[in-house]
Design a protein around this ligand. Structure first.
Ligand SMILES: [Fe+2]
Ligand SMILES: [Fe+2]
Length: 432
């Protein structure tokens, strides 16, 4: 423990990232931590202050109630976390490690400090030193060196699925396609915004600001997913996956309608031209410009399963499944309880139904790719944790600027909601 404390206090990454960390932390061992004298205790207690670790000691049962952040897992999981290059945030967000006490939002924002803390634990133990170095290297995203070798050369098609094997009507993508034809046919231009226009004038400036902010996020987000989906469709089409491509035609059409829907809301309800780009903060830009676009654009020259997996993870699991779903929930909580903006609510209800099919397709694709390429699972989990942390940064960026949240909303509630959405889906994939 002394060696671990020494490592933490001599780690410049922790000194930098842990500056804002002021709460003591308890790493609780569900099955008890065995002490050298063969007795057991609750786990490790870490007293952390502004980039320094004041103390590490064995935790008593009373520490559990007195410590602000308590993370719980079986001892096997803690061991894995340190020895096997596991990402701590991913393990918390996927439910492998339970956040028993403390705020998910705070922890998500402190993820780099958490990594540095655990890095100290491993370097303190001589035999795992080498493994830890590899784990830390993994935490930094490596440039894709495989790009040039995985592009699929164009091959001339020899036959068609419909005339050789026949369309697989029972396949999951075809089932989604049938649903899309029944449920996805709605017209944003037919939504009546008359009442919304009148009610808009009754909102306070703060309330309007939050609706602008969320709408600016969705406007950019829907446009981004419309622009970025094509390379994935192209790759799957090239592989002859006609059923998947057929569903994706409805997917892209729906994203285009979502883009239209928010643009109509701005044109017909807000009714004034203004620049909304300033609502896109650094966290938002990091995710949409820095991750989503490159992950999908890479498919133009790298159609490997790995590239497809990371593209679908970023697009379906993070942007749609974690971030957008949290945004819909915010709209819902703001407007439904007060029975306001019925046109906006109607459109979001329809749009949410479309998105559930998109996310379902993403999960299907990820599961298919992971089953065929089990070696990709570790990298997938590490990336999922890293990107989920970025999604939490965006949630913080949206709700952070308000001293008192308009519409009586609670900031931390949304980070918990985002984590639960992520956890729900990730658990399905882990069990698959
Ligand atoms: Fe959408
Ligand atoms: Fe979508």
């Amino acid at each position: 423990m002394q060696a671990w404390q020494f490592e933490i206090n001599n780690n410049s990454a922790y000194a930098q990232h842990g500056k804002a960390w002021e709460d003591a932390l308890l790493l609780r061992f569900e099955d008890g931590l065995r002490l050298p004298n063969e007795e057991t205790c609750a786990g490790f207690f870490l007293d952390l202050k502004n980039g320094r670790c004041e103390e590490i000691r064995y935790a008593s049962e009373t520490d559990i109630s007195d410590t602000p952040i308590v993370l719980t897992a079986p001892s096997k999981v803690w061991e894995q976390l340190i020895k096997e290059k596991k990402d701590p945030l991913f393990m918390i967000m996927s439910g492998t490690i339970r956040l028993e006490k403390g705020s998910m939002m705070k922890l998500g924002l402190q993820r780099n400090a958490a990594k540095a803390l655990l890095a100290g634990a491993a370097t303190a133990t001589h035999e795992v030193k080498k493994q830890l170095a590899a784990a830390c290297a993994q935490l930094e995203r490596k440039p894709d060196k495989t790009t040039a070798t995985h592009g699929s050369p164009h091959t001339t098609r020899k036959s068609y699925a419909t005339t050789s094997r026949g369309l697989d009507f029972d396949s999951y993508p075809m089932q989604l396609f049938q649903k899309a034809k029944q449920l996805g046919v709605w017209n944003p231009a037919a939504i009546n915004f008359e009442q919304d226009r009148q009610q808009w004038l009754t909102f306070s400036e703060e309330e309007k600001d939050l609706i602008f902010r969320l709408t600016a996020m969705f406007m950019g987000g829907e446009e981004a997913v419309t622009l970025d989906l094509l390379p994935l469709i192209q790759v799957l089409a090239r592989e002859g996956r006609i059923e998947e491509e057929m569903f994706l035609t409805s997917f892209l059409w729906e994203e285009a309608k979502h883009t239209e829907f928010f643009a109509l809301f701005l044109r017909d309800v807000v009714q004034k031209p203004f620049d909304m780009e300033h609502y896109h903060g650094p966290a938002y830009c990091n995710l949409f410009h820095g991750e989503l676009e490159p992950a999908l654009q890479r498919l133009h020259h790298d159609s490997s399963p790995r590239a497809q997996l990371l593209a679908s993870l970023t697009y379906n699991m993070i942007v749609e499944g974690t971030l957008a779903e949290t945004g819909y929930e915010a709209y819902h909580r703001m407007l439904t309880e007060q029975d306001m903006l019925p046109g906006l609510r109607e459109g979001i209800g329809l749009l949410k139904r479309d998105e559930s099919r998109h996310i379902a397709f993403g999960l299907y694709l990820i599961e298919r790719l992971l089953t065929a390429n089990p070696k990709l699972r570790d990298e997938f989990e590490t990336e999922a944790g890293r990107l989920a942390g970025m999604a939490i940064d965006v949630v913080d960026e949206i709700f952070g600027p308000y001293e008192l949240m308009p519409f009586n909303l609670e900031k931390s509630w949304f980070a918990d909601f985002a984590v639960n959405q992520f956890k729900k889906r990730m658990n399905k994939l882990i069990k698959a």
